[in-house]
Design a protein around this ligand. Sequence first.
Ligand code: TRP
Ligand code: SF4
Length: 522
Amino acid sequence: MADDGTHDREGAPAVRSDGGTKGADTVALDPWGSSTVDDYRKLFEEFGIESFDDVLPRVPTPHYLMRRGVIFGHRDYRSVADAMTNGDPFAVLSGFMPTGDPHIGHKLVFDELIWHQERGGDAYGLIADLEAHAARGLSWDEIDKHTESYLLSLIALGFDPEEGELYRQSTNRDVQDLAFELGTKANFSELGAIYDFDGETEVSYMQSVVTQMADILYPQLDGPKPTVIPVGPDQDPHMRLARDLAGRMRYFKVTEAYASFELDDQERALVTRAYEALAADVDDPETDVRCTDAAAWLDAERPDSASLESTIETLESGGKEPLRPRVRFLDRNATDDAFEALIEAVEGEKRVYEGHVDSFDLDREAAEELARQVELDHGGYGFLPPSSIYHRFMSGLTGGKMSSSIPASHISLLDDPEDGYDKVKSATTGGRETAEEQRELGGEADECPVYELYAYLLSGDDDEFATHVYEECVGGERLCGGCKEQAAELMAEFLEAHQEKREEAKDVLDGIDIELDSPRKR
Ligand code: TRP
Ligand code: SF4
């Protein structure tokens, strides 16, 4: 997640979020720069992040951050929600760069990890110390200090380190080995395109990337399972790459085909149309629809598609070969033994080619399962593409973004309760110029960093309270002075209780196996 400097004001949700209704349209997702999201809807359109609303009904007893739209987006969270519902294994993992004190923005992610752990997930919290060293140039001394502090807050908030796992990148040899392996599946041009790397970029940035890829896939080292990575949307480029790399590591790729040649998705859609139209009119669809027939059909019907010409050409070169739907196992990384075993394992009619096997009796899902099983039996990982959920960035208390270089803009989990109180009391609000105006027009809770504190943190699980604050505000019954006083008191109480629990967490932390004193220190 973003640890600082990357938070903007559009995050303020009503009790239900609006998906970002403001007009500005900046969207920049940069894991190391300053990410700005002025319109969360753009993330759906431009990057293919899905709206969380779509999966919400599948989530058993959703977290309040989900109910209030603070968690606004996801990739492939269905698989995790379903595992949770069915009591199947799943995992949750997120990482933190130890660059400063943990603050209330990190608390969102801590809470997400803990919530999934409480629902039966294998939970992992990692300290991205290699990344902090590489990308932020922090010394190992500073890193050690912050590492301990992050872990204390995570445990204090409820993470169970006996059930889950805490690690730091720098001492996790399995992660480093996997990172190296994943590096064989990505090249410089690709990383350059995703992260804007150029000839001047230090190699350690690329090492940080493959290390994070390994973090994300680490929960699946002991077997494939749905895994969710809760992060801010600035981390989405990493998620897209991780999902690709998970696929590139697989022994086999399962696709659908019609003949011996390969088709891309658009071409396949055209061939499907032609095949279905022609198969309806022949005696034996298994033999009587030829490639050339489909080419002629497409040439006559000319459905609208950018791939029309290439598809016709491919079909023409297929000549008299019959078209027949099949699932195909493409050999990507399989050992010879694994490929042989797969051939053996495909039941029913099959055809074996150089580098692929076609099956005429298996359906797609059965084929996927078989491919994964053969891979696992022959020493592969069988990775599932990892899922992600995205939370909104919190606004700065002084207006604009939360920034670690402006202490008044954010609340550290280590702030003295009185300082926390004072920061809330001097926060900007969505209030009107005068009390009369406020009574008449109501406050702008959707624009108010103080309201955000209520929704993201201070109301906890109590939706009724959050709604009550919101409605009183927009209805003009609530004035900012009193509202801030209440929020400030709640914040001071929260900080005091949290810091007490951090003290208690020290014993817990002492008892677990994690290196708090980096061996890299010189
Ligand atoms: N890059 C993340 C950040 O900037 C930290 C991180 C490292 C991470 N590995 C991860 C986050 C794996 C999620 C999953 O904060
Ligand atoms: Fe914000 Fe509270 Fe003022 Fe409403 S009343 S604008 S929520 S500080």
